[in-house]
Design a protein around this ligand. Structure first.
Ligand code: DGL
Length: 223
């Protein structure tokens, strides 16, 4: 059976793994969560590299032919270093600044992400490349991954952030942390049709299919 690795600090990975299983029921999804070291969202790139390298190595040793780094924090800080160390394709997940900027009619978008993602060079590059003429609002979500992991969702804090970005005319809200996929419906309900909520599970699934197709595994095994 084809094995796909999925990795995150915690339950963000589970959300992505579930979406992959739903789209590709015949592949085996091996999920690794580094709950011991969660949250990742306030760690330095050097620290993250030390934590993540051995886990990806395990996924390769367990036979994964592609690995999804289901963590924006890891992708935006150390994906290049990881790619240099791993023998299988790595698919990253990063804030969807490009599609959000293209879709926005008001020219204002909001990005909900961890402090490390928001402070990363890759995120700065995404803004420079794709959002030159777009205003980006980045409300404080620094406690959210922990809140979701712990299943203690502070609805009022979420409602406030959504209200703030709507008041600033954001019409797209980007979920730049996979933990927030679990509160996507809540965010959507507070946005009440005034903003579209974007997250990258479907584009990642398309990317997996492309990689599997290229290696013609999908055709051979009738997935
Ligand atoms: N789910 C991860 C992300 O997408 C990391 C959250 C955390 O551990 O702080 O950034």
């Amino acid at each position: 059976m084809i094995k796909i690795g999925v990795f995150d600090s915690g339950v963000g990975g589970l959300s992505v793994a579930n979406a992959i299983k739903k789209a590709l029921p015949k592949v085996e999804v091996i999920l690794k969560e580094d709950k011991e070291n969660l949250p990742y969202g306030n760690k330095t790139p050097e620290h993250l590299l030390r934590l993540v390298k051995p886990i990806l190595k395990e996924l390769v040793e367990e036979g994964c032919c592609v690995i999804v780094v289901a963590c924006n924090t890891v992708t935006t800080t150390i994906i290049n270093e990881l790619r240099g160390n791993i023998s299988v394709p790595l698919i990253g997940m990063e804030p969807m600044v490009k599609p959000a900027s293209a879709l926005s009619k008001t020219g204002v978008i909001a990005v909900f992400a961890t402090p490390t993602t928001l402070g990363s060079k890759r995120y700065a590059e995404l803004k420079r490349l794709y959002a030159k003429n777009v205003e980006i609002i980045e409300p404080d979500c620094s406690t959210w991954s922990w809140m979701v992991e712990d299943n203690r969702v502070d609805k009022e804090a979420i409602r406030k952030n959504v209200q703030t970005v709507l008041e600033e005319r954001a019409d797209i809200i980007v979920l730049g942390c996979t933990h927030y996929h679990w509160i996507e419906d809540l965010i959507q309900s507070y946005a009440a049709g005034k903003a579209i909520v974007l997250q990258p599970e479907q584009p990642v699934i398309q990317q997996i299919k492309k990689i599997l197709n290229t290696s013609s595994i999908i055709k051979q095994r009738n997935l």
